[in-house]
Design a protein around this ligand. Structure first.
Ligand SMILES: [Zn+2]
Length: 628
């Protein structure tokens, strides 16, 4: 999208739904009944648009008195258009479609209302599956405004009792429920700044004399505004990032901030408002934020590959350009959904980077070299460099380039190379060499396969946000593809052919290595090669899961039966329980590793031969049987 269409999209979305810096209420306030304790004070522990791992939070997290079982009320008349029971994600979730086309969503429910619960259970038995997704017809499960449709819980990937509540439009956009003017929430607490980050955006730029990111801690003044007291000098193209939060009345919980605006010398250069986003684009959070920081910092400029239509951007898409002998005044203003605002003011001085190399001592230790990649820039750091052997020799397809020291800090010299000029094979400083595992430049939006005999990586149109300087290294059975600091959009397909034969292919799967933990990515063997998909880069390995899941009886009676189940490596794939040969519904809470039955018939006691079969992802099966 070019700048003009982006601007038009903004103006369009803006005039219909939002007025920046305030609400032009497009929906009649009071259209929806609040889903929890309507009419009483309520508290929000998660806001819409809040930053979550690889997605924006799509609704409100409403506090439920730290317990489960509170009545959940339908927002308005309508019908249950979707019901989903899943082990992870939303757990027990209800979707209600209203006559105006909007859909309200109620997630992590402990149970559904009697009528909805019976409807779901009947179909769980018919399909012999606890996990289920149903799309009832409009006449099947009609609801009235304020009707109790379920009870709050902690099912799915919820980390504590609460109700996750959403409002969606008919085109699968998440809308900010707070735009509907609920009297149940009070918020006159302004948002707050935690940190500000300034980062260089190319090999020539510097922040306080360095290439990379520098973080600053804003100080709050008595007047309530924030300032940066540390002096900042910068040069070249610089990106601003903020780490911010918002609180509401009566609660210490840190929620997300709705809206951020940046001005440079009094002119707006960047703004975003997170009140509406398409579910299909939620993963763009990974470029809206600085992914390498764990997505905690929001960028105040448009990164390459970011297609979210939530921005209003000045020249150079919010990037700062610092020229020598210039002084610039920056302000960052935050708004929450209740128009409470907070401002940060600071000054950045433009200054040509200068550094003086200290007199280097004769050092007997050989230089030690390390490298990293920051967007398009290769960063090489060298310790123990010798007097007179200061520069680095970089070899790009065997052609040497002499790199001068970019800056020198704490006994360490840094050299920079713009990877757009070519992929280097190795670097050498003062007689020490380092091989660099770059393989190929992978442009975004391209179908492309990188491969050799033992490894194949397939990229498609939607794999990447931005250009990837593909690097591949092997260490034993581990394959290291770039680093976990590089985000993927839709992911890649990988095929690994082990160098050493003899793997038990029926039980060997691919795993992503996260520190000491391994996360199963599954996979299929074809001609001695294990093929799998991943949405994350980093270290991959193969592992054979030989142990079946563990099954431990917790309680058995005529009223029901429960077990703890677990698996050592690949994880639980499925379970089936039968009583006298008939399929028995068992609920599963993966967080507690607990499965428990419901009685198929509320009058008849649970009696007879009980059999349970639990499978892991590698196909190992554990069986358990007893008579009840
Ligand atoms: Zn939530």
């Amino acid at each position: 999208m070019n700048a003009r269409t982006l601007w038009l999209t903004w103006v369009f979305a803006h005039s219909i739904l939002f007025s920046f810096h305030g609400w032009a209420q497009p929906y009649p306030p009071g259209y929806f009944t609040f889903p929890i304790m309507p009419g009483k004070p309520n508290f929000i522990v998660g806001t819409m648009g809040e930053l979550r791992p690889s997605h924006f939070h799509s609704g409100l997290d409403i506090k439920t008195l730290q317990r489960e079982g509170l009545s959940v009320y339908a927002g308005a008349e309508g019908y249950v258009s979707r019901v989903k029971v899943s082990t992870g994600g939303y757990g027990n979730a209800l979707y209600i479609t209203h006559p105006n086309g909007l859909v309200t969503v109620y997630a992590h429910l402990r149970t559904f209302s009697r009528a909805i619960g019976d409807y779901v259970r009947q179909r769980q038995y018919a399909r012999q599956s606890f996990e289920i997704e149903l799309v009832p017809q409009p006449y099947e499960l009609a609801v009235l405004r304020g009707e109790v449709v379920g009870f709050s819980g902690n099912t799915g990937s919820s980390g504590g009792p609460h109700l996750h509540y959403e409002v969606r439009d008919a085109k699968e956009n998440a809308l900010n429920p707070l735009a509907f003017g609920f009297r149940e929430i009070t918020d006159n607490v302004p948002p707050a700044f935690d940190k500000v980050g300034l980062r260089t955006l190319d090999a020539e730029s510097r922040v306080n004399g360095e290439f990379g990111r520098v973080e600053f801690t804003p100080k709050r003044t008595k007047a309530g505004t924030y300032v940066l007291t540390q002096p900042i000098v910068a040069y070249g193209r610089i990106g601003l990032e903020v780490l911010v939060h918002d609180k509401a009345n009566g609660l210490d919980n840190r929620n997300g901030v709705n809206c951020v605006e940046v001005t440079l010398d009094g002119r707006e250069i960047y703004a975003h408002q997170l009140d509406r986003f398409a579910f299909a684009q939620s993963r763009h959070l990974n470029v809206h934020t600085d992914y390498a920081t764990g997505s905690r910092f929001q960028r105040c400029y448009l990164a390459d590959g970011n297609a979210l239509p939530i921005y209003r951007l000045g020249a150079d898409q919010g990037r700062l350009l610092l020229r020598p002998q210039s002084t610039h005044r920056l302000t960052v203003t935050l708004w929450d959904a209740y128009q409470n605002q907070t401002r940060l003011e600071f000054t950045v001085k433009g200054q040509e980077p200068v550094f003086s190399l200290p007199t280097l001592k004769i050092n007997k230790l050989p230089p030690s070299l390390a490298y990293s990649v920051d967007e398009n820039t290769l960063v090489i750091k060298a310790k123990n460099i010798k007097p007179g052997a200061n520069s680095a020799d970089l070899y790009v397809q065997r052609k040497p380039f002499q790199l001068p020291i970019a800056f020198y800090r704490n006994g360490e010299a840094t050299y920079l190379w713009d990877l757009r000029r070519g992929l280097p094979d190795s670097v050498s400083v003062g007689g020490t060499s380092l091989r660099l595992p770059f393989r190929q430049v992978i442009p975004p939006k391209t179908d492309l396969v990188y491969g050799n005999d033992s490894l194949r990586i397939a990229f498609n149109q939607a794999s990447l946000f931005d250009t990837l300087y593909l690097s591949v290294a092997r260490a034993g059975d581990e394959i290291i593809v770039n680093t976990p600091a590089v985000p993927l959009l839709d992911g890649i397909s990988v095929g690994i052919k082990p160098r050493v034969p003899g793997w038990d292919q029926t039980r060997t799967l691919a795993y992503l290595v996260r520190g000491a933990k391994r996360q199963c990515l599954g996979g299929t063997w074809i001609n001695g090669q294990l093929n799998f998909r991943t949405r994350e880069l980093g270290t991959f390995t193969l592992a054979t899961d030989v142990l079946p899941p563990t099954v431990r009886l917790v309680k058995a009676s005529a009223d029901g039966i429960s077990f703890r189940i677990g698996d050592d490596l690949s994880g639980i794939a499925s379970y089936q329980a039968r009583i006298n040969g008939k399929w028995l519904l068992m609920n599963y809470d993966y967080k507690r590793g607990l499965i428990w039955s419901e009685k198929p018939d509320p009058i008849q006691p649970l009696r007879g031969t009980f059999a349970l079969e639990v499978k892991d992802l590698a196909g190992n099966t554990q069986v358990f049987s007893m008579s009840l």
